[in-house]
Design a binder for this molecule. Structure first.
Ligand SMILES: Nc1ncnc2c1ncn2[C@@H]1O[C@H](COP(=O)(O)OP(=O)(O)O)[C@@H](O)[C@H]1O
Ligand SMILES: [Mg+2]
Ligand SMILES: [Zn+2]
Length: 308
């Protein structure tokens, strides 16, 4: 007896579909019967011609190894999804990304949805996220934030990014979502909010912040007893006073930039009890991972609460 990757309840292997109850699968993917992913194709997400491009040997099922994931794009019914499969070195990366996205939801982050975790067989798990660009108008494009900033790590800081974001979108709520994303990243220990992991959707009419994607904890890159160590994670986006910011550094920076009111709001609207329960009860995580992730979020949460 395993557990459904979507609802976490007991699952009879005989009537499971991609590691989920058939009903859970149908609901999350909005399909009326059990259909399989079609035309899984290698996804080369890098659109910048100056970036390395890999040869596409097999148009049907080749993988693009970038970073820590094999990535595919696949269709299910009408919709297009991105599948991220953990590599062998990082067996828990996909489930960790799944749980972290759920935490993001409890932190009121505008996570790319729907997302879920599926079993492709042989216990190969994939984090699945709906491609939010697939059904947008053809002239819409996803442009990573680094396009709007001067190059160089010193420019990749909270003040510059929030200013660029406001200059482009004229949206205070987009800037607030950026600040909340930094707090969320610090909470889960995401070390990788680099210039491609934060983007605008641009159409002829307007520019707006895209849904928040690529949200795993760094802990997903660790395994076994290494998870028992005291793992300290710093955010990628610098603050005025820190190149190794934790949640406290971000809270102070957000206050310095006159948005201190969102800190209380972030804390009071996040559902910490649910986050704790989610981590502790998730059958898709190993015990070491549960403990490490819980330790991460409780420590960061307490720092933030004490500051606020
Ligand atoms: N749900 C989504 N919808 C549309 N595009 C996405 C989505 N998730 C990711 N992307 C795009 O795919 C790229 C790679 O996905 P990402 O989650 O960042 O993987 P990686 O961990 O390999 O960086 C992103 O930089 C973004 O451009
Ligand atoms: Mg990424
Ligand atoms: Zn279920």
């Amino acid at each position: 007896m395993g557990h459904c990757l979507q609802c976490n309840q007991p699952l009879n292997k005989d009537n499971s579909f991609y590691g989920q109850h058939a009903d859970c699968f149908k609901e999350i993917f909005q399909v009326d019967h059990e259909i399989e992913f079609q035309s899984l194709a290698r996804k080369n997400f890098i659109s910048d011609p100056n970036d390395h491009n890999l040869e596409n040997n097999d148009p049907h099922l080749t993988s693009y190894f970038a970073g820590n994931y094999k990535k595919y794009e696949g269709k299910l019914g009408e919709h297009s999804y991105i599948l991220k499969l953990s590599k062998e070195e990082y067996p828990e990366l996909a489930p960790v990304e799944y749980i972290c996205n759920k935490i993001g939801y409890y932190c009121q982050i505008n996570i790319a949805t729907p997302f879920t975790l599926i079993d492709l067989g042989n216990h190969e798990l994939a984090f699945v996220t709906k491609n939010f660009m697939a059904n947008t108008k053809s002239h819409a494009s996803l442009n990573a934030i680094y396009h709007y900033l001067d190059a160089g790590p010193t420019n990749y800081n909270v003040e510059n990014i929030s200013a660029a974001l406001f200059k482009e979108t004229r949206s205070a709520s987009d800037v607030i979502m950026f600040f909340k994303t930094l707090l969320f990243d610090a909470l889960i220990g995401n070390h990788d909010r680099h210039g491609r992991n934060f983007s605008l959707i641009e159409t002829q009419k307007q520019k707006r912040l895209s849904p928040i994607y690529d949200n795993p904890s760094y802990l997903g890159l660790e395994k076994g007893s290494a998870l028992k160590a005291n793992i300290v994670v710093h955010g990628k986006v610098w603050t005025k006073n820190s190149q190794e910011p934790d949640i406290l550094a971000y809270a102070k920076e957000i206050k310095r930039l006159n948005a201190g009111h969102i800190l209380k709001d972030f804390v009071s609207s996040m559902q910490f009890d649910k986050i704790a329960q989610l981590i502790q009860e998730s059958h898709c995580l190993s015990n070491n991972m549960k403990q490490a992730l819980y330790k991460m979020v409780i420590e960061q949460y307490e720092k933030l609460v004490n500051y606020v």
